[in-house]
Design a protein. Structure first.
Length: 137
């Protein structure tokens, strides 16, 4: 899954300066739309207008299923022979919306939490002598 903007579709180039092309539909226009790479659409049988649910995981194993924010397939890209063919493109707003419920449940901004944890680790390490180092007295 790739969170991006409309500019991605205008500026991404592959091969000999070839632009991305839609074989069906249109770009996403809101936080609920998604544009699929050719291999994703073919392998999973997704069609325009179909709702899909994104999950974290690999293969048959899903670690987090985002049932609360399904996406609607608005477009399918032409095959490029690049990793784009295996991508699910959503807006940055859509990416945020998928994780908003998780953040609310956790009760914190993930970046703020990571920064707070780093400061705590730093504070705990202050004053300690690193293994192999010598204290000067």
């Amino acid at each position: 899954m790739l969170g991006t903007t409309q500019d991605y579709f205008d500026h991404y180039r592959f091969g000999r300066d070839r632009k991305l092309e839609l074989v069906e539909g249109e770009r996403f226009a809101d936080a609920n739309g998604t544009v699929l790479g050719a291999e994703v659409a073919a392998a999973l049988g997704y069609r325009l207008g179909q709702q899909i649910v994104i999950a974290h995981g690999s293969g048959d194993v899903a670690f987090a299923l985002h049932k609360d924010h399904p996406f609607r397939v608005t477009g399918i890209l032409a095959r490029t022979g690049t990793p784009v063919d295996r991508a699910i493109h959503v807006s940055l707003e859509g990416m945020d919306a998928v994780h908003a419920a998780e953040s609310a449940e956790a009760g914190a901004d993930p970046l703020a939490a990571a920064m707070r944890d780093a400061k705590q680790r730093e504070a705990q390490g202050a004053g300690r002598t690193r293994p192999g180092s010598r204290s000067r007295s």
